[in-house]
Design a protein around this ligand. Structure first.
Ligand code: NAD
Length: 464
């Protein structure tokens, strides 16, 4: 771990980091003890007065310097990601590139000045102050990029940080925090290891002012209740079960590749991937066939092999869930159009799988599969597709596909989710706010709206 600028060995339970392509142990680590978490918080508290007073220009310069170093170390970071996360090297390189890009974007973001009233009697303005110590808790799917999404706006606005990566993919974040510590004063960014115990200690810690969390809905709910006593600020980016609706008369060949790529992005382990596809009955068979064809072109294998286009599932639990959901669909009349058989070789390999003849009410459609399997659901009336899409506790993303853009926009407005894309899916951009409704989360990340979630609003009301 890295606390107060110093490398530290965790004093808690040992755990292994496993390469999902081989099931080999690549590293033995130790969790933090709660005393070590307290030490990290104390270091962040000591670093806060100076860091929060650092000028805007200096913070910008330092964030750009971090981005420079991320780019200089891109190859090493990408290889660490492949080894512990499993994605193909080219995708890991995209992840590192996005991490550097997001850092630069945050460096350039300005905290807007706001004047509420400037009249004969009053001058009322908004001031944005840092919150203090921000804890970042990240998942295993896009581990480096999500750590950057959390840490950079926190730093930009003058907060100090405790980062806690997933125990399944901690190594890239350890390296990231090491790189950040080459640039920033000690204690400004610290990293601790741990799972539920340390997570609970973070979310109930009296000296931590905000938790930014990306992960599953049950863990988000736990954080929300743990943080009640200290009234922490929270941003929760949680699970999703994004529906995509393909409108009648869509050119299937024109949209299928983009649908495939955004359903199976990162082997389907992307919060806002397409997880349910609603297709009009007149084009249902054709869509199944074209998607199955695209799936069969994938080369499944170790992400470090240059020929690989499709890596393993990241961990044994997720791999079992995917297998279980496919078997459940099969038992309930689902037709496995392609894939559906886990590999018997070592590694958590599961081929891209298309399942037809299922609908709402089957687990594969109702639950978040978060893996390489896509159910296709047939509909006859657009209202039915919208009703089925909305009949879900999650509300992260959604999409509408078709050539009638006016109709697509009308349908988009009826979907209950934080972002609706038209003729695309899963496009997240540093300047566009992103967040979920319903059980998919609280608050947003990115853009000015996301940045302001790391600040406390103070109103100054001057008598004139
Ligand atoms: P998870 O909830 O199991 O774990 C996420 C993190 O929470 C890990 O670091 C874990 O160690 C930590 N954690 C575990 N118990 C905790 C506790 N009691 N208190 C605090 N932290 C605790 O999620 P996961 O399996 O790593 O990630 C997959 C989930 O993340 C999926 O549901 C996916 O949709 C979601 N996700 C959402 C977004 C988004 O932006 N909405 C992005 C990526 C992933």
């Amino acid at each position: 771990m890295l606390i107060d600028g110093m490398p530290v060995v965790g004093a808690g339970e040992p755990f292994s980091v496993i390469n999902p392509a081989t099931e080999d142990i690549i590293c033995q680590c130790n969790m933090a003890s709660t005393e070590q978490l307290d030490q990290a918080v104390a270091a962040a508290k000591r670093a806060y007065p100076a860091w929060s007073q650092t000028s805007d220009a200096e913070r910008k310069r330092l964030l750009h310097e971090i981005a420079d170093r991320l780019e200089q170390n891109a190859d090493e970071l990408a290889r660490i990601i492949v080894q512990e996360q499993g994605k193909p090297l080219s995708l890991a390189q995209v992840e590192v590139g996005a991490a550097a890009g997001w850092t630069r974007y945050n460096a350039e973001l300005e905290i807007p000045e706001q004047v509420f009233e400037n009249s004969d009697t009053r001058y009322i303005t908004a001031h944005r102050k840092p919150l203090g110590i921000v804890a970042s808790i990240t998942p295993w799917n896009w581990p480096l990029m999500i750590a950057i999404w959390h840490i950079m706006p926190a730093l930009r606005t003058g907060n100090t940080v405790i980062s806690k990566p997933s125990g399944l993919t901690p190594l890239n974040t350890l390296r990231l925090v090491e790189i950040i510590n080459e640039v920033l004063p000690k204690g400004v960014v610290n990293v601790v290891m741990g799972e539920a115990d340390i997570g609970n200690a973070i979310s109930s810690h009296i000296d931590i002012n905000k938790v930014i969390f990306t992960g599953s809905t049950p863990t988000g709910q736990r954080i929300l209740s743990n943080s009640a006593n200290t009234l922490k600020r929270l941003t929760l980016e949680l699970g999703g079960n994004d529906a995509a609706i393909v409108l009648p008369d869509t050119d299937i060949n024109q949209v299928a590749e983009s649908i495939f790529n955004t359903a199976f992005l990162n082997m389907g382990q992307t919060c806002a991937a397409i997880k349910r596809l609603y297709v009009h009955e007149s084009q249902y068979e054709e869509m199944c066939k074209v998607l199955a064809n695209l799936a069969s072109n994938q080369v499944v294998g170790d992400g470090l092999n240059p020929a690989t286009t499709f890596g393993p599932v990241q961990n044994a639990r997720q791999y079992q869930l995917v297998s279980e959901l496919v078997e459940d669909a099969r038992r309930n009349g689902g037709h496995i159009v392609c894939g559906g058989e886990a590999s018997s070789e070592p590694g958590y390999f599961y081929p891209p799988t298309i399942v037809s003849n299922v609908s709402n009410g089957v687990r594969l459609v109702d639950e978040e599969q978060f893996g390489p399997v896509l159910p296709l659901i047939s509909y006859s009336q657009i209202e039915d597709a919208v009703r089925m899409a909305n009949s879900c506790d999650f509300g992260l993303g959604g999409s509408v596909w078709g050539s009638d853009l006016e109709l697509a926009e009308t349908v988009a407005c009826q979907l209950e989710c934080g972002t609706v894309w038209i003729n695309k899916h899963a496009e997240v951009l540093p300047h566009i706010p992103f967040g979920g409704c319903k059980l998919s989360g609280v608050g947003v990340e990115f853009g000015v709206e996301g940045l302001l979630e790391y600040t406390q609003l103070q109103v100054i009301n001057r008598h004139k």
